[in-house]
Design a protein around this ligand. Sequence first.
Ligand SMILES: Nc1nc2c(ncn2[C@@H]2O[C@H](COP(=O)(O)OP(=O)(O)OP(=O)(O)O)[C@@H](O)[C@H]2O)c(=O)[nH]1
Ligand SMILES: [Mg+2]
Length: 178
Amino acid sequence: MCLVLGATGVGKTLLVKRLENSTDAIKKGPDFSFEDMPATIATVGTNLVAVSVSRRQEITMRELGGCMGPIWKNYFKEAVALMYVIDLSNRLQVAASCIQLLTVLTAKTLSPTVPVLIVFNKMDMPDKLTHGEIETLFRLSDIKSQCGRSFEQVEVSACTGQGLSQIVKWMEQNCFGK
Ligand SMILES: Nc1nc2c(ncn2[C@@H]2O[C@H](COP(=O)(O)OP(=O)(O)OP(=O)(O)O)[C@@H](O)[C@H]2O)c(=O)[nH]1
Ligand SMILES: [Mg+2]
């Protein structure tokens, strides 16, 4: 099970939908771009989706709604891998997202063998955070060196598809054979 966490409205449902329906297209390369924009509604509870990463490899992804934050930890035991999604365009939410991320990473029930991917979403938005702002706010290099687990980051747009091929690659490398 790959858990997908993040505050409400960051784009988890759209991201998981893209991965569920278009893994083959996404894998064609970084220039691939979506023309449609499927509608989503806020996830109250959890959203389970099977993603075929390759012909012989399928992983179940479980998105937990942002409104479920207080009980995310109940699902940590089943995690083989974890994605934490952040909305690059929501400056009001991003500091709270950072604190929530630290809470997730220090949870006792999350095994140290679980690899974590930080997904900075909505890179298509014009008012997104700059790289400097991300580094100052999140201090990701400090977290990476302290957290004692595989810890990577990507910048994507679940809307346009930009960067999603990196997520598929990460899943191929981190969600199987464990
Ligand atoms: N511009 C832009 N909008 C996006 C992107 N990803 C998601 N959205 C939009 O953001 C809104 C919220 O997306 P959801 O996928 O429902 O968010 P969520 O993280 O699942 O939210 P909860 O289920 O409430 O936790 C929707 O209107 C999406 O269309 C993106 O990469 N770019
Ligand atoms: Mg959702």
